[in-house]
Write a protein that binds this ligand. Structure first.
Ligand SMILES: Nc1ncnc2c1ncn2[C@@H]1O[C@H](COP(=O)(O)OP(=O)(O)OP(=O)(O)O)[C@@H](O)[C@H]1O
Length: 258
């Protein structure tokens, strides 16, 4: 069953067409990759799904409900969380606080509760602290709870972003270049983490990634964008030797070169 349906999505920035008529159907509980050369339109595609940009035309459906026109925080409440290509953490806040920020959108006590320091707030706070700790343990950061986010290694910051995204209890998790800047050991651990998250949180995961080894190893389905258009889709074995994909990455002539 498809959890996310994207139909004929187009995004124009003035005269530049960043996405042109892109359609995708993503199965529930699957791991899907969106790949393509630099500037192909991958992040723009994520930005439309998450409400950062409104599409020029086309439709985005989550469990058959339209997401067009919704603000990013509402899209997040509907069940789509993401991480960013350029890590966006609260650098001066602790690791634990960064994850707790991710939870605030679904806390029930509300503004009145916070203003009047109601007991419900304290209860929620304790519960969210415990949950945040468990998420940090899950991504391997339990030893760094009180560390400032900016003091973490690059790979650890990427895992913290993942923990923060998980804190909103998403149905769909979008990862924008999760392995960027990671060493081979960290990338291997990330590969395991992505698979575990899908299985244990019953998640649907869509990732943009340039590390083809990672992509080929974990994706069940791959979509390829080039110059804003979808040029191929299929299983890793279909994509690996797809002439249009080889041409997009290596330039025209590569396919015929032998
Ligand atoms: N806000 C914007 N205003 C104008 N042009 C934009 C904007 N955002 C993206 N673009 C342009 O849209 C095109 C697609 O960019 P996008 O960042 O989506 O590509 P990408 O595939 O994610 O690239 P990369 O792999 O390098 O991150 C690029 O030409 C980019 O310059």
């Amino acid at each position: 069953m498809a959890i996310l349906e994207v139909q004929n999505l187009t995004k124009k920035f003035g005269g530049l067409i960043a996405n042109q008529d892109v359609s995708m159907s993503v199965e529930k509980n699957s791991i899907t990759a969106v790949i393509g050369p630099n500037g192909a339109g991958k992040t723009t595609f994520f930005n439309m799904i998450t409400g950062v940009y409104q599409p020029t035309s086309g439709t985005i459906l989550l469990e058959s409900e339209k997401l067009n026109g919704l603000k990013p925080h509402v899209v997040s409440q509907r069940g789509i969380a993401r991480t960013f290509q350029n890590i966006r953490l609260f650098n001066e806040m602790s690791v634990l606080e960064n994850v707790m920020v991710g939870m605030h959108t679904r806390l029930k006590a509300g503004l009145i509760g916070i203003l009047f320091n109601l007991p419900t707030i304290r209860k929620e706070e304790i519960a969210s602290e415990i949950e945040a700790y468990q998420l940090l343990e899950y991504v391997g950061l339990a030893d760094f709870l009180n560390e400032k986010a900016c003091n973490l290694s690059y790979g650890a910051q990427r895992r913290l972003e993942i923990a923060r995204a998980l804190a909103v209890s998403p149905k769909v998790l979008l990862l924008d270049e999760p392995a960027a800047g990671m060493n081979p050991k960290e990338t291997k651990e990330l590969t395991h983490l992505i698979k575990r998250m899908r299985d244990e949180f019953n998640l649907t995961i869509i990732l943009i990634e340039h590390d083809m080894k990672l992509v080929m190893e974990i994706s069940e389905q791959i979509f390829v964008l080039d110059h804003g258009e979808k040029i191929a889709e299929g299983r890793p074995e279909d994509i690996r030797n797809h002439p249009k994909v080889i041409e997009a990455y290596l330039g025209s002539g590569a396919v015929h070169a032998g």
